[in-house]
Design a protein around this ligand. Structure first.
Ligand code: ARG
Ligand code: ZN
Length: 476
């Protein structure tokens, strides 16, 4: 499921930046889907020539050895004639078939699998690609890192901007969203968690299969898998959406209590944020807290990944509000290119401020003012442009903090009712799709009823501290 708009936008951007001159050994050629979607920050991520609609991932995982074995079947449509095409993947492939016939395959670069079907694929043709594989994901370090996190009793796939290629082959870019069936077989009493709804669970000859289904479009980096032991809780939001949370039983008692005191408020936070963003976009919700040492959280769709570090000292509902907000800003409406990360982090940060206000811990205006005042004009903080931070600063604190102050500044620039309508209109208009900052700017101008180009230049695209805050003090 790709957005129709993205091809010309990204092609133009790619042409402007010379992005198709990627250093991959298999360069793009007629009939060969491009080895990258043309992302300005990650030129090798994703691939051209096809549009995926569904991933059926069927795996077996052995925690004792970290061995992951199985197959993924990708349903896609060719967007051009294809003599060959690429997928993003790092595990060892044993067999590939395309439309039922076995196909030749090879690997190149850090994470590319190139597939040559026996017969060329015509533009518009439906593609069914099955890749069989086996590997030890934690040992694969194509960029000096692995996004497969081993735990004492299992493993977890979670990272941004990449995590898929350690466990299933994909068109690894958020511009190509798809639905998922994840079937995972684990030994004995081990459990497996993924996105969406648990369709079935059954034990046969000392292996248990878990079938999770995500029936709404999902970006590849938002797919998650966790194997291990978990204590599950079940509840519902006010509108009846099932909330399934999972906690490792190995967390220390303080962390465990704080994690529950925070993550068990997921349903309440969904209800609260629905008032600002519109109806929750998915039919399932929740989060999981595995016993990992990693220090981040991730808005993995409908089943949020939380490091236990967030809960080590005290309950922390800010991180829950942040990740729940991403379900609208990031997950239902996804980036079309990674340089637009402000659309995710600026608004998830803003949601933390709204939640803080609700909890009586300071208003968005007060918190934004505090951030604005905390960094003097010469501080490197202001050299990060939230609207184009560069690949090395994609997840810099300034993208988050300056980004959320920019959202409050936008609010101050507009009539408050118009701003609140805009906050709902964006996730409504782009639901289950993609969006760019440029499109957001146009929508904001529509709701504000005035030109905002100076505002966005100052707050998103200038490497300097904006002269005024709140912005309504700005002349004009
Ligand atoms: N989107 C995530 C969040 O804000 C950030 C993840 C950053 N990734 C990382 N490996 N540290 O919640
Ligand atoms: Zn975030």
């Amino acid at each position: 499921m790709g957005s129709r708009l993205r091809i010309p936008i990204l092609a133009a951007a790619a042409a402007a930046f010379g992005l198709f001159a990627v250093s991959a050994s298999a360069a793009s050629e007629p009939g060969h889907g491009a080895p990258g979607v043309g992302d300005p920050y990650h030129p090798t991520y994703g691939n051209g020539g096809y549009d995926v609609s569904h991933y059926a991932v069927t795996l077996r995982y052995q925690p004792a050895t970290d061995a992951l074995t199985g197959a993924t079947t990708i349903t896609a449509k060719a967007t051009q004639g294809l003599s060959r095409f690429d997928l993003d993947f790092v595990l060892g492939v044993s067999r590939v078939s395309v439309n039922g016939r076995s196909a030749r395959f090879a690997t190149y670069g850090r994470h590319k699998l190139v597939i040559t079907p026996t017969l060329p694929i015509a533009k518009g043709e439906r593609l069914t690609v099955t890749v069989a594989y086996t590997g030890v994901p934690s040992t694969m370090h194509p960029d000096g890192l692995t996004s497969w996190i081993r735990t004492a009793d299992g493993g977890v796939a979670a990272n941004e901007p990449e995590s898929a290629w350690w466990w299933f082959p994909s068109n690894d870019h958020p511009s190509d969203k798809a639905t998922y069936d994840v079937n995972i077989r684990v030994p004995g009493t081990d459990q497996a968690i993924s996105n969406g709804v648990l369709v079935s669970e059954h034990t046969e000859r000392s292996w248990t299969s878990y079938h999770w289904r995500q029936d709404k479009p999902q970006a590849t980096y938002l797919a998650t898998l966790a194997v291990g032991h978990f204590d599950l809780t079940h509840s519902r939001t006010a509108t009846g959406i099932p909330v399934v949370n999972a906690y490792s039983p190995d967390l220390d008692p303080t962390t465990a209590a704080n994690a529950r005191a925070s993550v068990e408020r997921t349903g309440e936070i969904i209800d609260f944020l629905s008032g600002y963003f519109g109806p929750y976009p998915f039919d399932s919700a929740g989060g999981y807290v595995p016993n990992v040492t990693a220090g981040f959280a991730l808005e993995t769709q409908t089943r949020i990944f939380y490091s236990p570090k967030f809960f080590a000292k005290a309950p922390n509902t800010s991180v829950v509000a942040h990740e729940v907000a991403h379900q609208w800003y990031g997950d239902s409406v996804s980036l079309d290119r990674w340089s637009d990360i402000w659309l995710n982090e600026g608004f998830a940060g803003y949601a933390e401020m709204l939640w803080s206000e609700h909890e009586g811990n300071g208003t968005p205006q007060e918190i934004a003012q505090r951030i604005y005042d905390a960094y003097p004009a010469g501080d490197p903080f202001w050299s990060v442009k939230p609207g184009d931070p560069g690949p090395a600063r994609e997840f810099d604190d300034a993208v988050y903090e300056r980004g959320e102050v920019a959202v409050q500044a936008l609010r101050d620039t507009m009539d408050d009712t118009d701003f609140l309508r805009l906050l709902k209109a964006w996730p409504t208009r782009h639901r289950y799709g993609n969006g760019t900052i440029t499109e957001f700017e146009a929508l904001a101008e529509q709701y504000a009823g005035k030109d905002l180009s100076d505002f966005f230049t100052t707050w998103l695209y200038t490497a300097a501290k904006p002269a005024f805050f709140p912005s309504r003090q700005t002349p004009g």
